[in-house]
Design a protein around this ligand. Structure first.
Ligand code: ADP
Ligand code: MG
Ligand code: MG
Length: 499
């Protein structure tokens, strides 16, 4: 690939904006203009740094790399240098983190709202229906979650034309990369400490990133609130996980800083080994669990049989703290995101007018497919929309012509299947020259970025114990790719350089 620039095929608008940008303002730092010898030196230093500091993932080409730690490691894909990001927008993203946390908590308590908003989706989406069934069962037995823990990541893109910070989605389950995200900030700071002067960059303009420590602290505090000294934190994992080191960073912080022990179990193992005592205590393999932290269970493929669903229900019925509870999980679905963006909806859940208006400003256009005017518009101009099902983990959305094809198909069929999707305004961030490093090879390309801001929320009954912004993750992907996704192989981990 080398420095070949892949032409942006997503739409002419991006390119048009890109040219405008070049004429009006040169990029803050033209990474492609950096002397090639220096680039190669920095790439080498970065590869060494990543290997020495655990900025690593399992190498998919090595058979046991997703199962056995220490086998088949490769550095995580990263951007060589941090991406410029306006300080005011960064501050805004940090400011809204605790408000979004509070919103999720309030929404999670309104069982009827969740059930009603997802009732049409339930009929056509077996996975969401499975989650809603567990939720209904909890409503029936009037299950109360007194200790509630949320470890979230709210993702944003900066719309180039309007300069607005627009939310892509808020992840309430399995928000990934709290462990590796802060490593990337450290990597960039280390590179700038050595080479920053040559390229005119100041390492102090990379914001501190404490995601792993803050998440570990919130987990430890939840464990403390649960108050069972011998109990463990259980990480629910997929049978094979190439991103295990991200998770291990968190478990190591829990152990080292808080002396809390974790175990890793798959849903199938939990089904085999799990039981609930009459007082609600969750035991897995005979060991008491006080906090269940999900890094699996967000996708239909995580539930290949009834056993996995039984395990999910078992945990939900127990008195262990669930991160997330079934209500938090549902509150993070795209359908609920779309419902919350309707006029006057936030007022149902939040009181503070300023808070409400701050959140509303982050909402992009979001529509249900029941809206026939929007369907018409999206069929005419599909490049301006993204069509999303109720799925997590990347690679599930439709773009461009696929939006049109699917909308036309749904219209023709006239079934209820439209309820599986929402439509979202497509956001067009600034395209910047970037240097991406993957498998030890550096590529120069044009890229767009998505900022994720972590947030932790912990409460016990009326007492809010934690509600804060917890660091960030920038993901940068070549502008010709619709989705990106670090694990999927299009995006790289990145950090930010305040401009
Ligand atoms: P998931 O839960 O699978 O991560 P997302 O809503 O985050 O679903 O979509 C996946 C990816 O698709 C995002 O990371 C982003 O790159 C792209 N994307 C999603 N929504 C938009 C949008 N409105 N405009 C532009 N790109 C989007
Ligand atoms: Mg998601
Ligand atoms: Mg996402």
């Amino acid at each position: 690939l080398g420095s070949k620039i892949v032409p942006s095929k997503c739409c002419a608008k991006v390119r048009e904006m890109e040219t405008q940008e070049r004429i009006l303002q040169k990029p803050l730092i033209d990474f492609h203009g950096i002397d090639e010898e220096l680039v190669q030196k920095m790439v080498y230093d970065a590869l060494v740094w990543s290997s020495l500091h655990g900025l690593v993932v399992g190498d998919k080409s090595v058979q046991r790399s997703g199962k056995v730690p220490g086998v088949g490691l490769v550095h995580a894909p990263f951007a060589l240098l941090p991406m410029a990001f306006p300080e005011s927008q960064w501050n805004l993203a940090c400011e809204v983190a605790p408000i979004f946390n509070e919103l999720i908590d309030r929404v999670s308590l309104d069982g009827k709202f969740l059930q009603d908003a997802l009732s049409r989706t339930k009929k056509v989406d077996a996975f969401t229906s499975g989650l809603l069934d567990i939720h209904s069962k909890m409503l029936e037995i009037n299950k109360k979650e007194e200790i509630r823990l949320g470890l979230h990541r709210s993702d944003y893109m900066l719309d180039e034309q309007t300069k607005l910070l627009l939310q892509i989605e808020l992840n309430t389950i399995s928000a990934s990369f709290p462990g590796l995200g802060c490593r990337v900030s450290e990597l960039h700071r280390s590179l700038l400490n050595y080479h920053g002067e040559h390229i005119g960059l100041d390492p102090r303009r990379i914001p501190g990133n404490t995601s792993v420590d803050k998440f570990a602290e919130a987990l430890a505090k939840a464990w403390t609130e649960h108050n069972r000294p011998r109990a463990l934190v259980m990480v629910v994992v997929q049978p094979e996980e190439c991103n295990m080191y991200d998770q291990h960073w968190l478990c190591a912080a829990l152990k080292d800083r808080h002396n809390v022990t974790t175990i890793r179990k798959t849903l199938a193992e939990i089904d085999k080994e799990g039981e609930i005592l009459p007082d609600g205590t969750l035991l897995v393999g005979g060991q008491e669990i006080s906090v269940v932290y999900f890094r699996a269970g967000y996708a239909p493929t995580d539930y290949p049989s009834e056993a996995e669903w039984r395990a999910r229900l078992l945990m939900e019925q127990s008195s262990a703290v669930k991160c997330p509870s079934i209500s938090y999980h549902l509150a993070g679905t795209k359908k609920i995101q779309q419902e919350l963006a309707k006029p006057n909806m936030l007022e149902r859940f939040l009181e503070n007018k300023e808070d409400i208006s701050k959140l509303q400003k982050c909402f992009a256009g979001l529509w249900s497919l029941e809206d026939s005017d929007i369907i018409k518009k999206a069929i005419e101009r599909p490049e301006l929309f993204v069509m999303k099902p109720q799925r997590e983990g990347g690679g599930n959305n439709f773009y461009g012509d696929d939006v049109r094809t699917n909308l036309v198909r749904l219209q023709k069929e006239g079934t209820q299947e439209d309820a599986a999707y929402i439509l979202m305004q497509r956001i067009f961030p600034t395209v910047s020259p970037t240097i991406l490093v993957r498998e030890g090879i550096c590529h120069k390309d044009h890229a767009i970025s998505e900022l994720g801001v972590y947030g932790a929320y912990l409460r016990n009954k009326e007492k809010v114990i934690v509600n804060e912004q917890c660091g960030y993750l920038m993901r940068t992907k070549v502008s010709s790719s619709n989705e990106g996704g670090v694990a999927a192989g299009f995006a790289v981990l990145d950090s930010i350089y305040l401009s």
